[in-house]
Design a binder for this molecule. Structure first.
Ligand SMILES: [Zn+2]
Length: 338
């Protein structure tokens, strides 16, 4: 009996020691880690210490909230961050919050805003993005002619005399007015044929009045208008050579057929085309009330192919191709809007 009790006691002690040993394992690991960290003080601990950077501290002192700080530091690249510190939050933050904000233009936005503080932040973004903060035909940029249906030619982007639209094919004469010879980029032509057939089926007719134009032919056309109306007036409706969208092969002009009215916007054909063109990838390239951006008067007869996604976006939002190009094509949609 005594022996049995002794054995029981022995078991109890062993059991207790095992428990103590098990419990001390995590403590052992913890202490060995602590020691390691003492040996190597640069090694980071498991729980990160929230270290406020110098820029964060400065932004805080400019009354930015925690959320605003993380927003601006995400949107503004490092080399532009000192601009944030030089400007008042009330000026710079609404600019960065604008939908089509392009970080490369931050300094330009602020400069332009200071000179035009009567404009809204949205207008500042539009004007700087489309380069109209500078007069037409100044500081022009050589356009990227590899972009196919997205090539931009306007009063800031130009091409040289060797550029011609991609995959130009002859337009079948049944689609032309006056039996002239026209060429269009293949992709644009196929979309045109679809639109033409559907319009005809719905009872609306139109024919092509002008399509691809070479650099040389634009030299002659523009000069003809300058001789007739003078350069200032001619510039409102005719492009200088190298700046005409007709050189891309993705644009054409139409007239209603059978002919009813000199003003295409007053025809039934226009009603159908203007409502449906985007479904085929076309946009009214020079819309009403956007002359200050496009540089051209309203042209209800001039259509540009940019593909269905682009045309639908422009149709739905009412932005110009200039705005679309800069944000989605040149700067590749930095905020992933589509
Ligand atoms: Zn045109």
């Amino acid at each position: 009996m005594k022996k049995k009790r002794k054995m029981k006691k022995k078991y109890k002690i062993t059991f207790f020691l095992v428990i103590v040993l098990i419990c001390s394992i995590p403590l052992f690991f913890f202490l060995s880690k602590e020691n390691k960290q003492k040996e190597n003080p640069t090694e980071t601990k498991d729980t990160p210490v929230i270290n406020e950077s110098a820029i964060e501290k400065k932004l805080k002192s400019l009354n930015y909230t925690k959320e605003e700080i993380s927003f601006v530091l995400k949107e503004v690249k490092e080399e532009n961050q000192d601009i944030l510190l030089k400007e008042e939050k009330e000026v710079v933050l609404p600019i960065i919050k604008e939908t089509y904000y392009i970080d490369d233009y931050l300094e330009k936005y602020i400069t332009y805003y200071k000179e035009n503080s009567d404009l809204t932040k949205k207008e500042i973004i539009t004007r700087v993005n489309t380069h109209i903060d500078e007069p037409f035909y100044t500081n022009t940029i050589e356009t990227d002619t590899t972009l196919g249906k997205f090539v931009l030619l306007n009063k800031y982007y130009h091409a040289n005399e060797t550029y011609q639209g991609k995959d130009l094919i002859k337009v079948d004469s049944q689609y032309n007015l006056y039996g002239s010879e026209f060429y269009l980029s293949k992709e644009c032509y196929h979309a045109f044929l679809k639109m033409y057939e559907d319009a005809l089926e719905a009872g609306y007719g139109f024919k092509i009045n002008s399509a691809y134009r070479s650099y040389e032919s634009q030299v002659k056309i523009y000069q003809g208008w300058v001789n007739k109306d003078g350069q200032t007036l001619a510039d409102t409706y005719s492009a200088r050579a190298g700046f005409s969208e007709h050189q891309t092969g993705y644009a054409f002009d139409v007239r209603d057929f059978p002919f009813t009215n000199d003003d295409y916007s007053k025809t039934k054909s226009f009603t159908w085309v203007s409502e449906n063109a985007y479904k085929y990838g076309f946009i009214i390239r020079f819309p009403k009330d956007k002359e200050y951006i496009t540089g051209y008067q309203y042209e209800p007869w001039h259509y540009r192919y940019c593909g269905e996604e682009c045309a639908k976006y422009i149709h739905d939002t009412g932005i110009t191709f200039e705005e679309y190009y800069e944000y989605f094509i040149k700067y590749k949609n930095p905020r992933g809007l589509i």
